[in-house]
Design a protein around this ligand. Structure first.
Ligand SMILES: Nc1nc2c(ncn2[C@@H]2O[C@H](COP(=O)(O)OP(=O)(O)OP(=O)(O)O)[C@@H](O)[C@H]2O)c(=O)[nH]1
Ligand SMILES: [Mg+2]
Length: 385
């Protein structure tokens, strides 16, 4: 399952983002370093399910499908606040950074209101672009440290080995950091292995890209800062974790019609205070930014930043079922370029080892092992029994 890391300085709303996405009851407070043990939970990306096209009703094993919108689980990791010097162990920096080793992508939550300083303490007019810079530096330096240690024992060998051997050794040694072979190849184009810091920065950029969530966008100063931030960073999404928590709560109470990522309609009779809060969210967040941004962030990291596709493996292309008769039970999120044979291994090692061919559910044609899958492919894997 894809792992997404939530990072950022202290007191910016990481745990609020986590709670809004997973509905887990985690500790949230208006002081820095509230989180001291990382939280891990399940969030979802939401996509158009293929069940509609096939005119069938699906039975997702994980997540759910409502009105053709499929909720596919992704793992979310909420770590404690990072500070300048975290990579050297300041705060609980090293521990938190270790917890995001397995993440394929990071969402940096930023306090866009500028009402907290670099250590998460209350202030005024803090420039949020500063925390974006220091955080990327911390993560890059931590990466450089891990890579340096991992390569120490191979130093001599790496200097004399061929490019192919070098890439193979690095792929093995860095697999625990979710670094794939193509990330190493891309990074080597940009920096030589001898320049560890530059090389590490480059691998980090390819293997753990960062998107910025400009959080607390419901607050006026955040709205002003956001306009400036947009000019400086390409990948910045306005978010209000607090608004998302309020909307999910109101939806559970059946007071609003709400599909995360969209606006909402009030349908019940909220009490005066809750009605006021909902009206505030509509005016300050939805009318200005179209949504609370939380779901937008999750979907964007998976389908744009990582450029993943949704694939539906089945055991029977005619019935679209698994061996227990469940219709379209799984949605796999896989990188572009994934082949049918690679998919077979992802479903089950044995399926990969005994692989014969794939079968396309739309055309019923056979697919060879090196066929590159397309988004929304529904495939059966034929294997030797
Ligand atoms: N106005 C507003 N406040 C928010 C929002 N998100 C979080 N907060 C508030 O910001 C404070 C910190 O939130 P947390 O979620 O605990 O922040 P954190 O980044 O996990 O903090 P640490 O674990 O201490 O690093 C709390 O008072 C939240 O209620 C938001 O979107 N809007
Ligand atoms: Mg927290």
């Amino acid at each position: 399952m894809i792992q997404i890391g939530l990072v950022g300085k202290a007191n910016v709303g990481k745990s609020s983002f986590f709670k809004a996405s997973t509905l887990a009851d985690v500790k949230i407070a208006s002081y820095p370093f509230t989180t001291i043990e990382s939280n891990v939970g399940m969030a979802h990306v939401i996509l158009d399910c293929v069940c509609k096209e096939f005119g069938t009703k699906c039975n997702p094993r994980l997540g759910k499908c409502e009105n053709g919108k499929r909720f596919v689980p992704v793992k979310l990791i909420d770590v404690g606040g990072l500070v300048p010097g975290s990579h050297l162990g300041k705060g609980l920096g090293n521990k938190f950074l270790d917890d995001i080793r397995q993440a394929s992508v990071l969402i940096q939550i930023v306090d866009c209101s500028g009402l907290t300083d670099s250590e998460g303490k209350p202030t005024k007019n803090y420039d949020p672009s500063k925390e974006i810079e220091f955080l990327a530096d911390e993560i890059n330096l931590w990466f450089a440290g891990v890579i340096k240690r991992a390569l120490e024992k191979f130093k001599r060998k790496l200097e004399t080995s061929s490019r192919t051997d070098l890439i193979q050794t690095l792929t093995q040694e860095l697999s625990g950091l979710e670094v794939r072979k193509e990330h190493i190849e891309q990074a080597l184009e940009k920096a030589p292995i001898t320049d560890i810091e530059k090389f590490a920065r480059s691998i980090r950029e390819f293997s753990k890209p960062i998107i910025i969530a400009a959080n607390k966008i419901d607050l006026k100063p955040a709205q002003d800062n956001f306009e400036k931030l947009k000019e400086k960073c390409k990948l910045v999404i306005p978010t209000s974790a607090e608004a998302e928590i309020a909307l999910k709560k109101a939806s559970e109470q059946d007071l609003v019609d709400y599909l995360p990522g969209d606006g909402f309609e009030i349908k019940g009779k909220p009490e005066e205070k809750q009605l006021g809060a909902l009206e505030f969210i509509k005016k300050e967040v939805i009318d200005k930014y179209n949504s609370t941004g939380i779901q937008t962030c999750l979907n964007k990291v998976v389908f744009e930043l990582l450029d993943y596709m949704a694939i539906y493996p089945v055991a029977d292309v005619n019935k679209l079922t698994d061996k227990d008769g469940k219709v379209l039970p799984d949605t796999f999120l896989v990188p572009k370029g994934t082949t049918v044979k690679e998919l077979a291994f992802m479903v089950h090692t044995e399926l990969g080892e005994k692989f014969i061919c794939g079968i396309d559910a739309r055309t019923k044609r056979k697919l060879s092992g090196d066929y590159q899958l397309k988004n929304n492919d529904v495939v059966e894997i034929a294997f030797a029994k």
